[in-house]
Write a protein that binds this ligand. Structure first.
Ligand code: NAD
Ligand code: DAU
Length: 347
């Protein structure tokens, strides 16, 4: 199988490439990535020199670059991970999100038609359903995004579905819950909390910290995408959840306990605008294809914390670069006005 993977230098895309090359000796992969602040070729060191792997720098929102990269031909599928992905950044500066997550998706869909590529997987998110106060969403739940990131992802999904209905473009969509694991950019909650705790710095917890996310270990996600790639049906959507719903505060305390650090490092800071209080997915459709999540969050967090503890080289250069200014602008004033959890809460 010859795959065209977009956004493969990011967190999940790079895990997927490594996973597919390891598990499938006949698979060849071209990784097409713009290398934004979140793209990192350090994530793919193990693929360097592998004759089944090639990297092409390019932008999915640039039709000419996409066409040029695909013109070598013979691709069996496109798996589109490329996106702007951080909700907080989408609130401060939405335009890149619309450009990549919607217009970039459009460019890829057009290329699928032009080159007659037999399969297109759109990697999407549970955030498109918006907050889920009770119960769990199936794939037919209405879309109700709360922020520019999730609205852009919902736009990409709707465009992809419209191509299936209008042109019979062979589109499949996956909607995953919160991923975590090694190589995740430290703007996201788990790597931010872990690396801050390792440096004895405060962990900023938005609002009361009781917002619930369903944590999916990244390897479980990669296996799920492989299942959809091999067994999924065109025009269908598949939810992918970890069955591990936990409040953020519990996650922060789990990380602190693993590192033997005090709960006083947690700081309640001003909440994210439009913050979704709970995500929850019904994944029975994908489970019928034989996939199940395998990593309980306690084990996944232990493995993740150990990885960040042992790979300072990977995240220290990120945190001392572009990230430093972002952190100051995003958290500086919030941390100045933060509070620690009171004694009663800690018991
Ligand atoms: P990431 O931010 O770590 O990586 C994104 C990658 O896309 C980077 O390598 C970046 O350089 C590349 N990219 C960005 N814009 C591009 C463009 N215009 N052209 C080409 N490449 C571009 O993201 P991630 O967390 O690995 O997420 C990957 C995908 O999975 C995204 O589509 C995201 O919406 C989806 N998703 C993520 C999660 C999660 O918890 N992280 C959960 C569900 C779905
Ligand atoms: O649900 C899937 C989505 O998960 C993906 O589509 C997104 O790409 C990915 O970024 C993630 O979105 P979240 O907004 O849920 O992830 P984040 O790591 O930013 O935040 C997780 C939770 O932690 C959320 O409730 C906000 C909270 N949080 C986050 C940060 C960065 C904090 O309390 N403090 C923080 O500093």
């Amino acid at each position: 199988m010859k795959l065209f993977v977009t956004g493969g230098a990011g967190f999940i895309g790079s895990q997927f490439i490594r996973f597919m090359l390891r598990k499938n000796p006949d698979t060849q992969i071209v990784n097409f990535d713009k290398l934004t602040y979140a793209g990192n070729l350090d994530n793919l060191k193990e693929c360097e020199g592998n004759p089944r792997y090639a990297f092409v720098r390019g932008d999915i929102a640039n039709a000419a670059q996409v066409r040029k990269a695909l013109s070598g031909g013979g691709f069996d599928a496109i798996v589109n991970f490329a996106a702007e992905t951080h909700v907080d950044r989408s609130i401060g500066s939405p335009s890149d999100f619309l450009n990549t997550d919607i217009f970039g998706t459009f460019c890829l869909l057009e290329a699928v038609r032009e080159f007659g590529i037999p399969r297109y997987i759109q990697i999407s998110t549970d955030e498109v359903y918006g907050t889920v106060p009770v119960g769990s969403c199936t794939e037919t739940a209405p879309l109700n995004p709360s922020n520019p990131y999730s609205a852009s992802k919902a736009g990409g999904d709707l465009l992809a579905l419209s191509y299936f209905r209008t042109y019979r473009t062979p589109v499949l969509i996956t909607r995953a819950s919160n991923n975590y694991g090694p190589n995740q950019y430290p703007e996201k909650f788990i790597p931010l909390a872990t690396t801050n705790a390792l440096d004895n710095r405060p962990i900023p917890l938005y609002g009361d910290g009781m917002q619930i996310r369903d944590w999916l270990f990244v390897e479980d996600h990669c296996r799920a995408i492989q299942t959809v790639l091999m067994k999924g049906k065109e025009g269908e959507i598949y939810n992918i959840g970890g069955d591990q719903e936990r409040p953020n505060r519990e996650i922060a305390e789990m990380i602190l306990a693993l590192l033997d650090k005090p709960n006083e490092l947690v700081r309640h800071v001003a909440d994210r605008p439009g913050h979704d209080t709970r995500y929850s997915l019904d994944c029975s459709k994908l489970k019928k294809l034989g996939w199940h999540p395998t990593i309980p969050v306690e084990e996944g967090i232990r493995r993740t914390v150990e990885w960040y503890r042992d790979n300072r080289w990977w995240w220290e250069k990120i945190k001392s670069g572009e990230f430093k200014q972002y952190y100051q602008e995003h958290y500086g004033h919030r941390l100045d006005e933060s509070t620690t959890p009171d004694k009663e809460d800690e018991q």
